[in-house]
Design a protein around this ligand. Sequence first.
Ligand SMILES: C[S@@+](CC[C@H](N)C(=O)[O-])C[C@H]1O[C@@H](n2cnc3c(N)ncnc32)[C@H](O)[C@@H]1O
Length: 187
Amino acid sequence: MKSMVEIAHAFLEPCLHRQAVCVDATFGNGKDTAFFVECGARLVYAFDIQKELIEKRRGDFDERVVELIVDSHAHLDRYVDKPVDAIVFNFGFCPHGDETITTMPKESVEAVRKAIGRLRKKGRMALVLYPHLFGEQESDALERVLRRIDPHVATIQRVESVNTKAGPFVLLVEKKAGETGRESETI
Ligand SMILES: C[S@@+](CC[C@H](N)C(=O)[O-])C[C@H]1O[C@@H](n2cnc3c(N)ncnc32)[C@H](O)[C@@H]1O
C-alpha cells in the first residue's frame, strides 16, 4: 500500500510537465523538491525556516531550477509571482531533525490560502498532515478553511487510514478556476 507521501506524489505527477512551476512549501530534507526535479519541473520554489536544512542540500540542486528560500511559507506571495502547477506541504517537524521546530496552525493557514490563490486552473496541491505538537489544531484549522471553498473553485478530497487513530492523512486539492494571485477571491 502507498504511504501518504506516495499518494501525494502520485496525485501531483500528472501536473509535472516540462514547463511546470512547483512549490515545495516545507523543504526539510528535500525529498519533495527532489521528486519535482526528477519529474522534470522547470522551476521549483522551496521554502523552509531552517537555514541549515536548506544549506545541507543546496549543492544537490541546480540553482537554475530550484530556488531555495529561507523564509516562512506564509510569505509565499513575496517570492512566487507566477501561476503554479503543483504545490506540496508536508506539515510537522523534519524527520531526524529538531522535533520542536514544527509548522504552526496560523502560518499554515495563511500559506495554504496564498498557495491556492497562486494555483493555475487544473493545478494541484497536496497537503500531508502528521501528528505533532500542534498537529490537531493545525489540521482542524486547515480543514475549516478548505471546507469553505466553493466547489466551483476547487475540488478537495481527504485520504486517510481508517484503522489508525492519529496517523497521517492527506488533503488533495485540484483547482477548477484559474490563478488569481489574490487569496480572498478563492476562499
Ligand atoms: C515534515 S518536514 C518536511 C519534510 C520534507 N518535505 C522532506 O522531504 O524531508 C516539515 C518542515 O517544515 C518546516 N517548517 C516549519 N514551519 C515552516 C514555515 N512556516 N515555513 C516553511 N517551512 C516550515 C520545518 O522546518 C520542517 O523542515
